[in-house]
Design a protein around this ligand. Structure first.
Ligand code: E4P
Length: 218
């Protein structure tokens, strides 16, 4: 399973990359705004900086909502760096644009996916990744992980090449359950990746090993 970090924060991206387990990055307009990145040139420059840190797929989301504008914006994003994946919302014009990008060999991530039918459509259009939002479904009392399960099953039934990118992953158990289900990718904040390290028996076990070693080396 690939690990993507879900942030536009350069120091979090660097920290995850330095750990040696990072395969890519996802961003969205809210995450860019959270870092104070506004204006076309600043946004483009920020994506370039991310591409310089991580050698892997970097999702950059379009703001446009009409086919012509999505294509124009997406092509400009894709021109920035070979690792850019154009993130396109799950709307009618977005699906048309994903088909267009797919035929041009431009990678896409179909975002804001909340149903199996939407995921099926994204795969039919040739999306490279589909992003079902696990945490946001949980937020409205719907089981987000069941959706991941459904999509993995549907894609397996027909051999779709679109990768299931579990998004809006909020905690360690989301991530582990996505791995059990067979999601191709998870994207999550740095805290979730670092959360995988934690176990109290590891901490107490290490403390005992070090203390016992110290006794024999006095
Ligand atoms: C990533 O591609 C999504 O935009 C992101 O995971 C959404 O996460 P959130 O629901 O925690 O904002």
């Amino acid at each position: 399973m690939k690990f993507f970090i879900d942030t536009a924060n350069l120091s979090d991206i660097q920290e995850a990359y330095d750990l040696g387990v990072l395969d890519g990055v996802t961003t969205n307009p809210s995450l860019m705004a959270k870092e104070g990145i506004f204006g076309h040139d600043n946004v483009m420059a920020h994506y370039k900086k991310i591409c310089e840190i991580v050698d892997g797929d970097i999702s950059a989301e379009v703001i446009a909502t009409t086919f012509d504008e999505i294509v124009r914006e997406g092509e400009a994003l894709a021109d920035l760096h070979p690792n850019i994946v154009v993130k396109v919302p799950m709307i009618r014009e977005g699906i048309k644009a994903i088909r267009y990008f797919s035929e041009k060999g431009i990678k896409t991530n179909c975002t804001l996916v909340f149903s199996a039918g939407q995921a099926l459509l994204a795969a039919k259009a040739g999306a490279t990744y589909v992003s079902p939002f696990v945490g946001r479904l949980d937020d409205v009392s719907t089981n987000g992980l069941s959706l991941i399960e459904q999509i993995v099953q549907i894609y397996d039934n027909y051999g779709y090449q679109t990768e299931v990118l579990a998004a809006s992953v909020r905690h360690v158990m989301h991530l582990v359950q996505c791995a059990e289900i067979g999601a191709d990718v998870v994207t999550c904040p740095l805290s979730v990746i670092l959360g995988l390290l934690k176990h109290p028996l590891t901490d107490s076990g290490l403390a005992t090993f070090l203390a016992d070693h110290a006794k024999g080396n006095k």
